[in-house]
Write a protein that binds this ligand. Structure first.
Ligand code: NAP
Ligand code: G4F
Length: 328
């Protein structure tokens, strides 16, 4: 029997890669897409992966419980992946209540809709390493206490604990993936890795001279989104729902990410990077480093893409995109 999956956040980085993975496994894929006045940009990532037109799209919003109930009633999915969120940490200080509505209450709306309409379905919640914030252990695992440092992280923590609570209270097959940073050529341009590879590509092509960044000392455990959506799928194939850390086990500073990207383009970072306080945050997460040994033991999951391969893929994609756009 063909399995049916429903993805919220279909148009984002992870939604696009997850849809591609599920299609390759023979799933019927449905996605919730919020209405936009700029319809041409809505499925840009799906077009980039060559899978637009293969997904059944439903008009909806995580803040509207009634539409989530209606969509679940119509689709009757076997698996539900809740990836929709206001996901940019910096914006969560500028739009804290919206972040709460979408990222926290949106997850709760989804859980409530699942409880009412699809209690047999398997549910995935996109939790985040950002919940560790002011880290309480030098390497973070499923047992490390949380200490959120942004409205986004507080909102994610709410969604995480609601997922655990609905599993324990109502017996839902609800799993939470505590994913560390993952990137790709489809990463939003506002996130630091993509900002860097896009900036390096523009400098290499002679279109700009300087790249303005914020805190160069922050370190992140960066993997490839394609590897991380595989972990999401694996979680929902387990007999028992559970929570898992997904990470590479290697942490790199923003500065060293820059060094890598500039050197891959034959450039020197110091000639181009300037620090601009506008990109600093009111409270920073200084270090993240994950221990994914539970995922390795129970899911057989390991990151396959190295940081060097990730940077190279992102840089190549940005060079190509800019050449086409600028007709170079
Ligand atoms: P992303 O590229 O920012 O995508 C977010 C998605 O959420 C987009 O499809 C967006 O739709 C949708 N969305 C926003 N507000 C919505 C609303 N009110 N109703 C319905 N959909 C809404 O994020 P991502 O990197 O793919 O991440 C996927 C999920 O994993 C997010 O929940 C994120 O917080 C979480 N996460 C990400 C990482 C990471 O490193 N990437 C790590 C840990 C956890 P539009 O296209 O219309 O904006
Ligand atoms: O790329 P970032 O904006 O990602 P951040 O804040 O770590 O959040 C991402 O990963 C989380 C998982 O841990 C997800 F839950 C979340 O949804 C998102 O996907 O920033 C990374 C680091 C930060 O320390 C930031 O201060 O880079 C630093 N940084 C330095 N200069 C910058 C910049 N970040 C951005 N976005 N832009 C800069 O110019």
């Amino acid at each position: 029997m063909t399995k049916r999956a429903l993805i919220t956040g279909l148009t984002g980085q992870d939604g696009a890669y997850l849809a591609q993975l599920l299609l390759s496994k023979g799933y019927e894929v449905h996605g919730i897409v919020r209405r936009s006045a700029s319809a041409d940009v809505v499925d840009a990532r799906l077009r980039w992966l060559g899978i637009d037109g293969q997904i059944q799209v439903h008009d909806g919003n995580l803040t509207d419980l009634s539409c989530l109930i209606r969509i679940l009633r119509d689709v009757k999915p076997d698996e539900i992946y809740n990836l929709g969120a206001q996901s940019f940490v910096k914006s969560s200080w500028q739009q804290p209540l919206l972040t709460g509505s979408v990222t926290a209450m949106g997850a709760h709306n989804m859980l409530e809709a699942v409880r009412l309409e699809a209690p047999e379905a398997r549910f995935y919640q996109a939790s985040s390493s950002e919940m560790y914030g002011l880290i309480q252990e030098s390497v973070q695992s499923e047992t490390t206490p949380f200490y959120p440092r942004s409205p986004y992280a507080v909102a994610k923590l709410y969604g995480h604990w609601m997922t655990v609570n609905y599993r324990e209270s109502f017996g839902l097959h609800a799993s939470s993936g505590i994913l560390f940073n993952h990137e790709s050529p489809l990463r939003g341009i506002e996130f630091v890795t993509r900002k860097i590879t896009d900036g390096v590509a523009r400098i290499k092509l002679g279109l700009q001279e300087k790249l303005a960044l914020g805190n160069l000392d922050a370190t992140r455990d960066w993997g490839h989104a394609r590897d991380y959506v595989r972990a999401m799928w694996l979680m929902l194939q387990q007999e028992k729902a559970d929570d898992y850390v997904i990470a590479t086990g290697r942490t790199t500073s923003v500065r060293d990410f820059c060094v890598l990207a500039f050197s891959q383009a034959g450039l020197t970072m110091e000639d181009h990077v300037v620090v601009d306080p506008r990109f600093m945050r009111p409270a920073e997460v200084d270090v993240l480093l994950g221990d994914a040994s539970k995922a390795k033991a129970k899911l057989g999951w390991e990151a396959e893409c190295t940081l060097e391969q990730l940077v190279s893929e992102m840089l190549e994609a940005d060079l190509e995109r800019i050449k086409q756009r600028e007709k170079l």
